[in-house]
Design a protein around this ligand. Sequence first.
Ligand code: UT7
Length: 333
Amino acid sequence: MSDPPPIVTSIIGTGSYTPERVMSNADIEKIVDTTDEWITTRTGIKERRLAADGEATSDLAAIAARRAMDDAGVSADEIDLIIIATISPDMFFPSTACFVQQKIGAQNAVAYDISAACSGFLFAIQQANQSMCSGASKTVLVIGAEKLSTFINWEDRATCVLFGDGAGAIVMRSGEVKNGHKVISTDLGTDGSKTDILKIPGGGSALPLTCENISERPNTIYMEGQEVFKQAVTAMSRSCVHALEKAGITQEELSLVIAHQANKRIIDAIAKRLGLSEKQTFINLHKYGNTSAASIAIALDEANREGRLAPGDNLLLVAFGAGLTWASAVVKW
Ligand code: UT7
């Protein structure tokens, strides 16, 4: 008897949601000692979105999820797995995924969160892929969602200018190749020796919040920007090469590269190393800043809606974040 054909997994719908409130660089100039010129030239960011008070990460995620399900033509009861990548969960527990399960009415799903910072959405795609390839699930909602504004120190100009809120989602399915879509290869990595350069140090078991330390805001983002920049360029470039090798395609065969939207200079440096043209890279960080796990998910949905993805296109997704973590995925659209 011949072996059964390998299970194919594909992305059959995309969706995203960014909150209505826009905070421009001019608005931030009123809060900290910075300028639109500094933020624009050092990062490429012009504005970011902030969730409303009372709007939690799961609210952003649920809207993005419904949009992805509409795009896929999939009903909530068909979803059998929900994975949410986030570092700004509604609470430590229950998982944000459980709140989203309830909000979208996906009662047949198993739901859980993963934490891999800005690489989280690609880690989640990898997990979804493996779950489908093992036969454990068939229709998976993969979401990257963040309300990072909760964890920003609005007195720290080095970090507060960088981040924003938002959510993006995809529906993945096994065995169904819609317009030829499929996930061809993934490459993930972590380096726990550099946990110190990017973190939210307080609020967990290592450094609980107390009346004494709360004024120092240990529950907000700390980053050694230059070191993170260097690590990001090196790790993302290397991961792209590995994912391309596994997929058996070359840089020239890539239609579009969607990199984590942290800094335009990082994306330019990776493009230079890989010999990519400007046309091959997608940028939307000028509108949203760095939305961590949501960044690639939102960009993928925008690229889809803007008609930047044609059937048969080779797409490379690549991310980098705290941990350190990095990840790439090559997808046939
Ligand atoms: O999402 C996870 C991955 N995250 C990233 O990939 C972020 C990686 N890092 C970066 O994108 C960049 O390092 C930053 C955008 C964070 C900073 O850019 P930089 O070119 O590395 O600037 P710097 O940290 O070396 O700071 C240069 C100067 C400093 O002043 P002095 O010491 O030269 O006088 C800073 O104090 O810029 C100053 N500075 C600012 N000035 C105006 C820092 N932040 C600001 C600001 N406005 N917002």
